[in-house]
Structure formats: C-alpha cells, structure tokens
Design a protein around this ligand. Structure first.
Ligand code: IPM
Ligand code: MN
Length: 355
C-alpha cells in the first residue's frame, strides 16, 4: 500500500518524538512492504515564527492532501504568560481540529504489566484497566462565543452544543462500546449545565438503538474520582470537549506516564494522530522525552487511517517488549537506567524488523 502521511512535528519535544514515530513507521513499512511518503508542514509556534499564523493555509492543504497526519505538539513559553498575545500556538491546533472537522478524539488508556508497580495508584486498582475516552473535539467552550465586556473586566466563554454535534459523537461512542465490552459511560454535569442536559437527553434517546450496550451516566466530578479510585469500572467514556481534556490528563496517570498516551482525532477529513502530552518545552532537545505516545499514535494511524491491523499490532508488541526489557526514558526509569528518546525509538524500530 502507498501511504501518504503529513508530518507536523510542531514545537518543543514534538519534533523529537515524531522523529522516533517516523523511524517506527518506516520499519513497519519495510517489514510489511508498504511505500511511505512524508509531507512536512509547520504548525504551532514554529509556524507563527515563519508565517505569523499557527496553522497556515499551506499546512492545511498538506493535511487535506494526505491520508493521515502525524502530529507532535504545539506550545511555547513565550506565549504562556502573556494573556494579551494576539496569536498563540494552541490556536494552530484548534484551527486544525476545526478545519479538518476532527470532532472525535479517541484516547485509549491501558496499563502495561511491567509498569503497574510504578503507578502512583495501588497496583490492584490499575492492573488490567483498559478503557477508551472519546472526547468531543470541535464544540463546547473551546469554540463557543468568547470575549470580554466592561472594559475587559468581565470575560466569558460559551459552552454551546448543537444536537447534530452531540448525535454524531454519541454514535461513535455507542459503536466503539459495541465493539469493545459493551459498556458506555456518558460523563456530564447534567445537574447544573443545560448543555449537559441536552447531551443526556440525546444519549437516552439513542441508547435503545444499541441494546448490546449498557449505558450509564455519571457527573464529571464523580467520574474524576472514579477514574483514580476504580478505573477498571470503565470501558468507553464519552464526554464534551473541556471535560474530556481534563479527564484524559488525569487518566494518563493510570497507565503510569503521560508519555504513553496516544490519540486519534477523526471526523470529516484527514485524521490526525498525536500523543496527548504537550510540547514540554523545558525538555526540548535534551533527549529525555518519551517517544512511546507518539509511536503508539502511529500504531493508531495504521489501524484507523489505513485499516492495517497487523501493522498496528506489530508496533504495540514492540512497545510492550521495550517496556518489559526496561528500555525506557527517564519518566519510567524509576531510578534505574534511563535511555534517550532516540535509543528507545531505535530499539522499538529494530524490534519490528526482528519480529
Ligand atoms: C490537548 C491539549 C490541547 C487542548 C491544548 C494544547 C490546546 O491540552 O490536546 O489535550 O486543550 O485540547
Ligand atoms: Mn489536554
């Protein structure tokens, strides 16, 4: 198969981890006989520096023309403490999500046997946890009307959802739950928020259409607690944009490190595959970033964008082997030997060729 992949490394540790994912994709293509072509584009602070725009038209075109986008991270401390900045790297990510219609963000959380004892949570709580968070990605407060009034002394962000937005994400959620263990948890704040009540109403309308799925409803504050006191309760979680953002950072603790969590953002146009960790600018260039989240995002790309399941599995197996062999970066070394970003990437890529 010929794979046309847009490569958007972005900022901070993005370029380092994406480079390792590229190595792994190339190893997979060698082994399975695929031909890959890469199309580089700028996004985030590096795009602002060059074009004054965090998601330039040219980058958008590159994404549209590709079969999948491999994305790193965006963000730069130059903008973080400047609330008056007119352009921000994060706008690039949001523009990409909106323009590509990426309304469904799939963030799987699983535990890895060799790492369970390293979790800050009790081993028996996390061992075997395996769930998928589906975060709505193009609606809610992130994109609702926002602004300032009263000479700038009053600020607002509108948490707005339309029926079609809720229906299409719930449809995905029910169908993933059906393919998995048949348990869907709709997370909202329906005791307070009108938008959440609409989510719950629509979920209740749709649930009878999926008799194989047991659907339950949980308030987000309770879900935040349940994620760390009993993560094995969950199979598929579906929630709105802001809640999903917060809960998935929290959920990353379950697998042991944020450096392990991959994601796929899919919807109307080309899908984007990216680690959920951010740009971690303090670590950029030091070779300490964990490339596994980016590498597992490449596995999701093979599976979701190309339907190449064996290729995805080969990556997952090589990652599992690297963790079992203790070939890990500092975040997972726990005082033992830490390998560099590229050593971990090389090991995983070599492993794929040896399998
Ligand atoms: C994420 C990130 C982004 C978000 C930021 C960088 C805009 O935290 O992908 O989770 O809030 O969606
Ligand atoms: Mn986030």
């Amino acid at each position: 198969m010929k794979l046309n992949i847009a490569k958007l490394p972005g900022d901070g540790i993005g370029p380092e981890v994406v480079e390792e994912a590229v190595k792994v994709v190339e190893a997979v293509c060698r082994r399975f006989g695929h031909e890959v072509s890469w199309h580089f584009a700028f996004a985030g602070a590096c795009a602002i520096d060059r074009f004054g725009d965090a998601f330039p038209e040219e980058t958008y075109r590159t994404c549209l023309d590709a079969d999948a986008v491999l994305f790193g991270a965006v963000g730069d401390p130059r903008y973080d403490n400047d609330p008056t900045a007119k352009v921000r790297p994060e706008q690039g990510l949001l523009a990409m999500r909106k323009k590509l219609g990426l309304y469904a963000n799939l963030r799987p959380v699983e535990t890895f046997k060799p790492l369970v004892h390293k979790s800050p949570l009790k081993e028996n709580l996390v061992d075997g946890a395996d769930f998928l968070v589906i975060r709505e990605l193009t609606g809610g407060m992130y994109f609702g009307e926002k602004g300032r009034r009263d000479n700038g002394d009053t600020a607002f962000d509108t948490n707005i959802y339309h029926r079609y937005e809720i229906e299409r994400i719930l449809k995905q959620a029910f169908s993933y739950a059906k393919q998995r263990r048949g348990h869907l948890t709709v997370v909202d704040k329906a005791n307070v928020l009108e938008s959440s009540r609409l989510w719950r109403q629509i979920a209740q309308e749709m649930a009878p259409g999926y008799p194989e799925v047991t659907t339950d409803y949980m308030f987000v504050d309770n879900a935040a607690m349940k994620l760390i006191t009993g993560p094995k309760f969950f199979d598929v979680i579906v929630t709105e944009n802001t809640f999903g953002d917060i809960l998935t950072d929290e959920a990353s603790v379950v697998s042991g490190s944020m450096g392990l969590l991959a994601s796929a953002s899919v919807g109307e146009k080309t899908g984007v595959y990216e680690p959920i960790h951010g740009s971690w600018p303090q670590a950029a260039g030091k070779g300490i970033a964990n490339p596994v989240a980016a590498i597992l995002s490449a596995a999701m790309m093979f599976e979701y964008a190309f339907g190449l399941m064996a290729e995805g599995k080969a990556i997952r197996q090589a990652v599992a082997d690297s963790l079992a062999a203790g070939i890990v970066t500092d975040d997972l070394a726990g005082g033992g030997k830490a390998y560099t970003t590229s050593q971990v990437g090389d090991w995983i890529a070599d492993r794929i060729n040896e399998q």
